[in-house]
Design a protein around this ligand. Sequence first.
Ligand SMILES: Nc1ncnc2c1ncn2[C@@H]1O[C@H](COP(=O)(O)OP(=O)(O)OP(=O)(O)O)[C@@H](O)[C@H]1O
Length: 513
Amino acid sequence: MNAHVLLINEDAAERRSMKAAIEAQGHVVHISDTGEEGIDLLSRHRDDIGVVVFDASGPVTAADDLLPALLEINSSLPVIVEVTEGANELALDAVRAGAFDFLVKPVSSERLVGVLDAALKLHNVTQQAKPARRLRGGAVTFADIVTVSASMSRVVELGRRAAQSLIPVMLEGEMGVGKETVARAIHAASERGGRPFVSVNCSAISPAQMDEMLFGSQRSAANGAGTTGKFFEAEGGTLYIDEVAELPLQVQLRLLNAVQDGELVRAGQDRPVKLNVRLILATSRDLIEEVKSGRFREDLYYRLNVFPITIAALRRRKEDIPHLVRSFVERFSLEQRLSKTLSIEASAMALLTAFDWPGNTRQLENAVFRAVVLADGVSLKERDFPHIAAQVASRRPSGLGFVGESMSSSDPSAIAKAQAALFDRPPAGASQTVAQTQAYAAAAMANVIVSTDDAGNVRKLAEIEEELIRFALKFYRGQMSQVARKLGIGRSTLYRKLKDYGIDPDNPQKDAA
Ligand SMILES: Nc1ncnc2c1ncn2[C@@H]1O[C@H](COP(=O)(O)OP(=O)(O)OP(=O)(O)O)[C@@H](O)[C@H]1O
């Protein structure tokens, strides 16, 4: 596998030895001694360069500036960061910011080649997998939505109901929670399932282009070139407008008129044409706040917010995580043509469940994809999720001590353990294995009932009570007397509460029928 590797390094001697080691593997090396030049090289050879190795220890190439700049040019590019010995925080920060891996100086040729091979393998598979994954995105049904949590099951139920009519749906939720997936499932289940599903993401288009993107351009009307307009492309089908709060006010007015009148004047024409488009909108912002601050029209808000569906962040429905992981592992094992679906070790699952997933299901999906592609055995282990292990180890709440020790994010032993997990070697002086330590930490974190909501407000007592009862039922395997005793309530009170919250004692994660 010949690849193009970009080396950004200020040290001429090191550059020479690394170049020789990489070229010995049959790869082509591009060299740059400054970050600026490296960015320029990558911009010009974006499609050729498969991996970047840069030295973050030099004064010029600061990791926190260069890494985002490189990933902006190509977000799926594996970037390997070199750090000096002891710069653990810098290395972990780079990994958190999206670096593929890091190398501690002095770097042996063996380690360099090993990390490079893994990075290139992932890059190649990602490139090949892209079209297939996009294709699958084209036909999503409710059956593809993996869920056991009450909140996500409710989303599916509302989605199914929404599919029976043509009213606008407003999907609310953080990035990556599954808004577009639900929108596609609604479309597929509706009577328009065989018609186009057209998706437009307002945060990916400059405000100046949004009008043209939605409603078409004069040029298109005149000679067929330019933009047709997503509204017209979606004729007879569904138009999915993501991040609708990003629309500039004048485009909001045009959208309001289109929705109110049910017709639109095509660019270059005098007469309006009837619109036959079903609208599904999505936002990761609080639209009421946007209305209050004058950034979103109130009349449009009421027009569009007819059927709101809120999708909770993944950290608020952690019971979905194991099911999502298994489903992703199965799908990617198939896609990678592995002879058998990989299994996942309990400690790895505990680690994934403990993590808060700020990028939600998309981030989880990508982590599993990377792990499946790079796995070298028949099962996925904690060390196959080095980014997550690093973050769980260094972000664990300081009050949550385990196995007789307490660490904070700046605790060097935490960093040493995270590094050990990354390199699959035991930390110096460790009295137990990294895997054991992290499994305990992960399990302890999975048991935490969160006391504040996404907006930072204290959660309702009833919500927390419901969560605790569901947890206790699972924990004591449905032994009602034991559950009641441990919760300090009578059995009849427990049964009443199960009824009130709609909990099925045999299946506490599901709503009772
Ligand atoms: N419940 C689920 N079951 C299976 N896959 C899911 C689920 N939710 C999300 N995904 C997967 O996670 C990825 C992200 O989902 P999606 O694009 O729908 O999120 P989104 O909320 O629209 O993100 P964004 O706001 O960034 O556009 C997709 O690849 C999707 O297939």
